[in-house]
Design a protein around this ligand. Structure first.
Ligand code: SF4
Length: 465
């Protein structure tokens, strides 16, 4: 499949006068040591202009074009000089280049106006990139981000088919056409069932998600949605691989009169009561629960999380399905063989979102039973977002300052890395880790998972992330 000859834009077809979207050169930011790219002399700052006369539109095209054994590369170096490089390699060999962007022709933005959009629920006046609403099938294929399928052109559909861009991750929310159009505020959203048939006919696959807004797409509508999706879940090559059901998240910055209400404990119980029997039904029909409730539903309803075995191979873990159960299991593993005492007594404080602290109490007790260990667990709300029952990853720097004021933080403060923007020492409210450190009277240790937390509490050296 990867030898279809349609990746990228032929250099001859590039029209400098055209206002249509044209790919920019791919800018190299890193070269893997020992790779073909290093051997060829690539350096950060070089621009890859074309491969075999074709300019890649994105990383997918790049990988697709690099499958050829004979490559002719056109490269502009940081000084602006042009180079042409011919090479022969095995089909499996990559060039070992990393680029500044995954998309060389820009991000596809969304054309919907969902009232529950998290981007619209952020405070005003922040970096413009934080308000970008991506709805790009390339990012869905590359990184598993969710898209709605409402902004695809005919050539996008052709490309998905030709390059076999599967699985994609689709925000469904509802299958009933009128309801989905209303939820996404886009008449094109009503075409979803036809689109699912399109995937099925071509043996392409998706994972689905449903963001449940109480009073809008819960109850009967949710049941219909999951049953409609399950209609594509059978057979040798199911078009719909899984469906995650997640609660809507509302912040205090959302527009007034958006018609949304927060999920209450009663709503959470009702959703669980609606979906669990369907899971049983799907289990007997397909041998899989197929529809997955995120952990938040159980925590909000005050019910125990299902056992780990219920999550099968965690197909929707990125969506919060089974992630807390998985974390608890990892904590159990990491804390089964604890020492009876530690040499130097150590008092640690550990911050998590208020929604999850109760679930962590047993492991905290186990760690506190080690002589010399004092562990204080703080489950904080988020005044910043206006949410009391919040997951750990949404806590901001301001929430930490406010929630920890006047508390005994001991010798070190453990902060889970999920609070930081990916790869950056910055919280969601733009406060930097350095700023927080300046304002708190205790050293901060960022912890990267269960084993790292246990090691920190026992006073062992940090693991590499
Ligand atoms: S599709 Fe996603 S990004 Fe677009 S408005 Fe809806 S929630 Fe926001």
């Amino acid at each position: 499949m990867w030898n279809e000859p349609s990746a990228g834009v032929a250099v001859a077809a590039l029209d400098p006068e055209s206002s249509a979207r044209q790919p920019a050169p791919a800018v190299v930011v890193a070269v893997e040591p020992g790779s073909i790219g290093e051997e060829l002399g690539f350096e950060p700052g070089d621009q890859l202009l074309s491969i075999n006369g074709v300019r890649p539109r994105d990383l997918i095209d790049y990988r697709y074009l690099c499958v050829e054994e004979d490559l002719h590369l056109e490269v502009r170096d940081a000084a602006g000089d042009l180079h042409e490089v011919d090479l022969e390699k095995d089909a499996d060999d990559g060039l070992g280049l990393e680029f500044s962007e995954a998309l060389f022709d820009g991000l596809r933005q969304c054309n919907n106006a969902c009232p529950f959009c998290f981007i619209d629920q952020q405070p005003p006046g922040r970096r413009s990139s934080l308000y970008l609403k991506d709805d790009d099938y390339r990012l869905s294929f590359l990184y598993g981000s969710y898209l709605t399928l409402t902004n695809l052109t005919d050539s996008d559909w052709q490309r998905i088919e030709q390059q076999r861009l599967s699985p994609l991750f689709v925000s469904v929310h509802a299958t009933e056409p009128e309801l989905r159009s209303r939820l996404l505020k886009n008449p094109r959203a009503g075409q979803l069932m036809d689109q699912l048939r399109w995937f099925a006919e071509r043996e392409l696959q998706i994972h689905a998600q449903v963001v449940v807004c109480p009073g809008m797409n819960d109850g009967e509508a949710l049941e219909r949605t999951l049953k409609d999706l399950a209609g594509f879940a059978g057979g040798e090559w199911p078009a719909v691989l899984s469906a995650a059901v997640v609660p809507v998240g509302l912040t205090r910055f959302r527009p007034a009169e958006d018609g949304l209400v927060p999920v209450s404990p009663a709503d959470a119980s009702a959703v669980i009561a609606r979906v669990e029997p369907l899971q049983q039904h799907f289990q007997s029909r397909f041998g899989s629960r197929f529809a997955w409730l995120s952990d938040e539903w159980y925590l909000m309803a005050g019910l125990p999380l299902p056992p780990r075995a219920n999550y099968e191979d965690l197909p929707q873990q990125e969506n919060g399905v089974g992630s807390i159960r998985g974390f608890l299991e990892a904590l159990d593993d990491a804390s089964t063989r604890l020492p009876t005492r530690i040499e130097a007594p150590l008092h640690s404080s550990w911050v998590v979102g208020r929604l999850v602290d109760e679930a962590l109490a047993p492991v905290t007790d186990r760690l506190n039973a080690v002589e010399g260990v004092t562990l204080s667990l703080y489950g904080l709300p988020s005044p910043y977002w206006g949410q009391d029952q919040v997951v750990t990853g949404l806590l901001t720097g301001q929430d930490l300052l406010q929630g920890l004021e006047g508390r005994d933080l001991g010798d070190q403060l453990l902060l889970p890395s999920v609070m930081l923007r990916q790869g950056e020492p910055v919280f969601l409210d733009d406060m930097t880790l350095a700023e927080l450190e300046r304002q708190l009277p205790v050293p901060i240790r960022i912890v990267h998972g269960a084993a790292d937390i246990v090691a920190a509490v026992l006073g062992q050296t940090p693991e590499s992330p």
